[in-house]
Design a protein around this ligand. Structure first.
Ligand SMILES: [Mg+2]
Length: 378
């Protein structure tokens, strides 16, 4: 019998900030870019639950969040506290949380990357899947989840939500079912009933486009979805239709993948003060980011990088990333800092040129954010 758990930290960035600053307890918090009195141009990364009550959520434009906060203030409610993210702290907390989870898995390992690693798959900074099959029953698996939640609450003073199911799909949906501080267990027998009333958007992999397409054939819930045959779904969605068919029936046999530590990477990104398609304005951003990254690289004790990633967000928020892995790593040891930065800059600008013309930007959309990332550090 397979028993899979999915753990998701609650409003992670915002909760960490709240914990670091006790005077913020209970206040609405939005972690994201600087709102600049309503003129800011980034987005919210994470909002805590009091801020969500104002309508402020992940990906809400920061100017809109500011507006909502001002509105609340006028109604005599506390305004949102805006905080710019501290990724290094989140990364450190994330590692501590994952180590706690790993400590509760089979065996006595307390670190993540031992020769016989516990079946833990970290899928983002605040989310992981664990294979709890070793527990032998859903009851026992639930007890493990309770212990994990308790230890995270005690040692990290943070809450999380855990879902347990017979596969990753159900575990993931279950972890989202009772947030925050939730624990939802769905046994094999309960899967169909649990899924039945769910809006299709609750099913991982179904985004706004697929939702719209399904709505056109009057499919709004998993129950509706089950009325469609696999052939019909294939006709609508191509190869993915087969997967979707299985999702409606709660089936998923993808394994919990225990991976080597993720390739180290570092990146910078900036929202421009004003959307632009003028290379004289845009290039200095890329140049500065390239320079910063090479200096961070050396500061952090790395010598080289091999992959360059460019991220471009257009004025309509469409975001595109392009990456290039070089044949030879760019070494900043044999080169001076300036030469290393120059090589990176050259690569980045070459990757960027297509965004100025129809190759990557046929509608001549202006650009609102630029980011550069280097990966495969050594
Ligand atoms: Mg989360």
């Amino acid at each position: 019998m397979r028993i899979i758990g999915h753990l998701d930290m609650d409003a992670f960035f915002a909760s960490v900030e709240e914990r670091e600053r006790p005077y913020l307890k209970g206040q609405p918090i939005a972690v994201g870019s600087d709102p600049q009195g309503g003129k800011g141009r980034g987005v919210v990364s994470t909002a805590n639950y009091p801020a969500r009550a104002y309508g402020v959520r992940s990906a809400t434009p920061i100017s809109k969040a500011w507006e909502l906060s001002e509105q609340a203030r006028k109604e005599g409610k506390p305004p949102v506290v805006f905080i710019t993210p501290h990724f290094r702290i989140y990364e450190a907390v994330s590692q501590a949380v994952m180590a706690i989870v790993a400590g509760h898995l089979k065996g006595t390992q307390t670190t993540l990357f031992t020769a016989d690693p516990p079946a833990l798959e970290q899928v983002s900074v605040d989310e992981c899947y664990v294979d709890l099959s070793f527990a032998g029953s859903f009851k026992k698996a639930e007890e493990i989840a309770v212990r994990i939640k308790k230890e995270i609450a005690k040692k990290e003073r943070l809450s999380c939500s855990i879902g347990i199911g017979p596969n990753k799909l159900i575990a993931k949906i279950a972890s989202d079912f009772k947030k925050p501080d939730g624990l939802t267990v769905i046994t094999e027998k309960e899967v169909l009933k649990f899924l039945e009333p769910m809006s299709v958007r609750k099913i991982p992999g179904i985004g706004p486009k697929a939702e719209e397409k399904l709505a056109r054939v009057r499919v709004r819930t998993a129950r509706d979805g089950r009325k469609l045959s696999e052939e019909k779904l294939r006709g609508m969605f191509g190869k993915w239709g087969k997967e979707l068919f299985r999702k409606f029936w709660g089936e998923d046999d993808s394994p919990v993948v225990v991976e080597a530590p993720p390739a180290k990477s570092m990146g910078e990104q900036e929202t421009l003060p004003e959307d632009s398609l003028n290379m004289k304005i845009l290039f200095p951003y890329l140049e500065r980011q390239a320079k910063n990254l090479v200096s961070y690289l050396t500061r952090d004790g790395f010598k080289a990088f091999r992959t360059v990633v460019l991220t471009v967000r257009f004025s309509d928020f469409e975001t595109v990333s392009r990456s290039r892995t070089l044949q030879e790593p760019i070494s900043c040891k044999s080169l001076t800092l300036t030469d290393g930065a120059e090589l990176l800059r050259r690569n980045v600008t070459q990757m960027f040129f297509p965004f100025l013309d129809k190759r990557e930007n046929p509608n001549k959309k202006k650009i609102r954010l630029l980011g550069v990332r280097i990966e495969k550090l050594s």
